[in-house]
Design a protein around this ligand. Structure first.
Ligand code: PLP
Length: 296
């Protein structure tokens, strides 16, 4: 057992040669800071994809949905297809190796590999999560920021990779710093043509007229695994759900808003651009109880 776990995949994709033909599918490695090569395109160009998976009491949550999205992101970048079985085994092994803790996370990373080798690099990293209690129970302040793309960017300009979970999160982190400069906890991206997109690392869910509504997933945003499970919760509770185009104005009519994501789960939004937003803390608690109790 250990506080952090690193499993390095020997053959992240069956479409490319293994790093060592004689080695196992993955090996645990230490120390953490001696692993990645300086010429890895994941480091030098952000050319790769990742997933962050919540682990509760040792159980990775929404694992199959994360693995499926990992494959879709890789395909969008023309990366070799991740070997799902090898990744699943490495994730499960990393979870088993981690010190017992209520909430942890596993990060899977697949890069194009060291320049010139034609062999992707893959690793799984696991560690305890930070405490999200304040965000879940007191809410977060968000500001809206223009992402600079229209809502149809994924169709018009697929090379911009919107909707893929790439390693190029410099923009998302810059948006987070801009949110902090404006006194908020997070940012909510808008398209140039006025539609609500997603948070820097989360999807928006809105409660309005007794329904739960989230932005359509074909508008250059990630199809969230947490959002999908929030909708599963809603459907089990008899709450109607919908994927729609949502405008900034629609947010003002909402009964409650959340940013939902792995690790932080459902964080109720208490203000948008400084305007107070009503929260439904009872429903939030129910949603988070459901999310944390997921068996898979
Ligand atoms: N949107 C973005 C940009 C993200 O980075 C994330 C998660 O990191 C999400 C949405 C939410 O996805 P998930 O619920 O699968 O964690």
């Amino acid at each position: 057992m250990t506080e952090t776990v690193l499993a390095v995949l020997n053959q992240p994709s069956r479409d490319a040669a293994p790093h060592d033909p004689a080695a196992d599918a993955f090996t645990f490695e230490a120390p953490l800071d001696h692993q990645v090569q300086v010429q890895d395109l994941g480091i030098t160009r952000g050319d790769g994809v990742f997933e962050t998976i919540t682990v509760v009491d040792g159980r990775p949550q929404a694992l199959e949905a994360h693995l499926a999205r990992f494959g879709r992101s890789a395909a969008k970048l023309d990366l070799p297809a991740p070997d799902t079985d090898a990744w699943r085994r490495a994730i499960e092994a990393a979870c088993a190796e981690l010190d017992p803790v209520r909430e942890a996370f596993v990060k899977t990373v697949l890069t194009r590999g060291v320049e010139g080798t034609d062999r992707p690099t893959g690793w799984v990293y696991a560690a305890a999560s930070g405490d999200s209690t304040a965000a879940r129970t007191e809410g977060i302040a968000v500001v809206t920021l223009d992402r600079g793309y229209r809502h149809d960017v994924e169709r018009t300009s697929p090379w911009l990779l919107q909707g893929a979970k790439t390693l190029s999160y410099g923009v998302n982190m810059a948006a987070l710093r801009e949110a902090a400069r404006r006194g908020a906890d997070d940012a909510l991206f808008l398209s140039t043509d006025g539609y609500v997109l997603e948070g820097t690392r989360a999807n928006l869910v809105m409660s309005v007229g007794g329904r739960l509504v989230t932005p359509r997933t074909d508008i250059g945003i990630l199809d969230g695994t947490t959002q999908a499970d929030v909708f599963r919760f809603a459907e089990a509770e008899g709450i109607e759900t919908a994927y729609e185009l949502i405008t900034r104005e629609d947010l003002r009519a909402a009964d409650a808003l959340w940013l939902v994501s792995s690790v932080r789960q459902a964080a109720p939004i208490r203000s948008v651009d400084g305007e107070p937003q009503a929260m439904d803390l009872a429903l939030t608690e129910q949603i988070n109880d459901f999310l944390l109790a997921r068996e898979s």
